[in-house]
Design a protein around this ligand. Structure first.
Ligand SMILES: [Zn+2]
Length: 205
């Protein structure tokens, strides 16, 4: 193979440390049933492979040289056993609240980028910083409502605030998608011709 790169991953004590470039290369980890599970680095992938816990599904042209052999660096591996998928509960943040509410004031319905966070039950009255008690509000509505409850202010929510559903692919929201991963991520769509950006598509869409 032309252009093949030899990279050492030998990390025995007192020896040269492994080049970060190669060992940090992201590897897609699939569950036993081929569902994407997470992303790890080459070092972790090699460890899983070496202990017989995973099999290689795709490799690069880069050779990883150990004390005994040279093996192509994996880009996709599959676990040989089933892992229960962890639930990635979305963290409550200003941005996530605005996204959930469609950048719409939940009292007057105005869609704007100039939003504030409103505690439905005011914090001074024991209201919590939770998905069900924090909504997007325009500055006017927020000032008008002030320290009152919706009932006292006679301001009613467009809909009951709820926690968004956990996103099982939250771990894909940052970073690049390697071309070799795409066959294993059929729900990804190329967005605006930028092949490094992710855009999850709805099932069947
Ligand atoms: Zn408003």
């Amino acid at each position: 193979m032309n252009g093949m790169t030899l990279v050492g991953i030998d990390d025995r004590e007192g020896e040269h440390p492994a080049p970060k470039l190669a060992t940090r290369t992201p590897v897609l980890v699939l569950n036993q049933n081929y569902q994407p599970l997470n992303i790890c680095d080459v070092r972790r992938a090699i460890s899983l492979l070496g202990r017989g816990k995973a099999e290689t599904l795709d490799v690069t042209d880069t050779l990883l040289r150990s004390a005994y052999a040279a093996v192509p660096a994996p880009t996709v591996i599959r676990l040989v056993y089933m892992v229960k998928r962890p639930i990635h509960q979305r963290r409550l943040s200003r941005r996530e609240i605005f996204v959930r509410d469609g950048f719409r004031c939940q009292y007057c319905g105005t869609q704007t980028r100039h939003l504030t966070l409103d505690h439905v039950i005011p914090r001074s009255r024991g209201g919590q910083q939770t998905w069900t008690n924090v909504v997007s509000a325009c500055t006017e509505c927020n000032h008008h409502k002030a320290g009152r409850t919706p009932l006292e202010a006679r301001m009613y929510l467009m809909r009951e605030p709820q926690a968004p559903r956990p996103n099982p692919y939250a771990f894909f929201h940052v970073g690049h998608v390697r071309e070799s991963w795409r066959p294993f991520l059929p729900w990804l769509e190329v967005e605006n011709g930028d092949r490094s950006r992710l855009s999850p598509v709805a099932a069947g869409g």
